[in-house]
Design a protein. Structure first.
Length: 325
């Protein structure tokens, strides 16, 4: 075992540990669950109530709120000029504001203007990288600061990740406003967790190997927060002996190469998702320094070789081996 910054020979992706414990805690409230295919992923809503709350109505309202946001961000792209963003609907403006914040927090590694390049990539079977000339042309339109300095010109923004996180956050707030104190909104692995488990314990988030999804190797305990993972295993293809994945470095337009995955714990799903992408691009050294400097943010980095894991200080004390509840 290596001993540099709490380095372990594993690789991870976050998933919720089995909800089997729920059947043991009916006294803390009835359990309700429903799923919906929306925003190109399956969104699960899990909540606990005392029976006097209309859980089904609350879940339906949560899905409606997600659908409204989904209608604004088809395929995760939006065409907008920075100077004209105030004419867009409020959710679009809010996502653009958050994108700007994430761009600054990640030193430009999370850059929504990567849309002019990401649309050149196809990650289905039999794909190949974009032609160099096309990539070079696309990169001319990458750079949020560049966008701000070109009034009136439309840029293609790739906000799919944070738009999904934003929708998850909105849905979670719908549940909270309906009086539910213990709930999970999970959209393709990006999770917003309200409060604690109904038994008063923290939520337990399991860690699994991204190259071997069935292998769980540890857990972290969290409460009233969001968790998101960016990994090179989500969408990828092989071409002429190379492996190409969907997390692109805005400086090169090519896949970032320093990590297999990055998991972030943050106050909201939108921030967690955007940071996970930006920190993945920055890598386990620069990204670690950025994550460590942010308040209420924790991160787990898996190196590209898959043999090392690096955790920010706050999460080290809450990383443990799997045990039965």
């Amino acid at each position: 075992m290596k001993n540099l910054h709490f380095v372990l020979p594993v690789a991870i992706v976050v998933t919720l540990i089995s909800i089997a414990f729920l059947s043991k805690h009916r006294s803390q409230g009835e359990f309700y669950r429903d799923s919906c295919l929306i925003m190109d992923t399956v969104v699960d809503v899990n909540l606990w109530g005392k029976g006097d709350l209309d859980a089904r109505s609350a879940i339906d309202s949560a899905f409606v709120s997600i659908a409204k946001i989904d209608s604004l961000f088809k395929e995760g792209m939006v065409r907008v000029s920075w100077s004209g963003r105030e004419h867009h609907p409020i959710p679009t403006r809010e996502v653009l504001r958050l994108a700007d914040s994430l761009y600054r927090l990640t030193l430009g590694a999370f850059d929504p203007t990567i849309g002019s390049v990401s649309r050149l990539w196809d990650f289905s079977d039999g794909s190949q990288p974009p032609q160099p000339d096309s990539l070079k042309a696309g990169l001319r339109m990458v750079g949020l600061e560049k966008m701000k300095n070109v009034p009136g010109k439309d840029f293609i923004l790739d906000v799919g990740g944070i738009a999904k996180g934003y929708a998850i956050d909105v849905a979670a707030e719908v549940l909270r406003n309906r009086g539910f104190e213990s709930a999970i909104v999970n959209g393709g692995g990006d999770m917003r967790l309200l409060g604690k488990r109904p038994d008063g314990k923290p939520w337990r988030i399991a860690i699994r190997d991204p190259r071997h999804p069935g292998n769980l190797i540890g857990y972290i305990d969290v409460e009233d927060c969001a968790v998101a993972t960016s990994g090179d295993y989500e969408r990828f293809f092989f071409y002429e002996g190379g492996r190409y994945h969907h997390i692109l470095d805005p400086k090169t337009g090519m896949p970032a190469v320093q990590c297999q995955s990055v998991t972030v714990v943050a106050p909201t799903a939108c921030i967690a998702d955007g940071l996970a992408t930006g920190l993945f691009v920055l890598g386990p050294r620069k990204g670690f320094d950025v994550a460590k400097s942010l308040e209420n943010v924790e991160a787990i980095f898996i190196y590209a070789d898959g043999d090392s894991i690096r955790l920010t200080p706050g999460i080290q004390n809450r990383f443990g081996e799997l045990a039965s509840n």
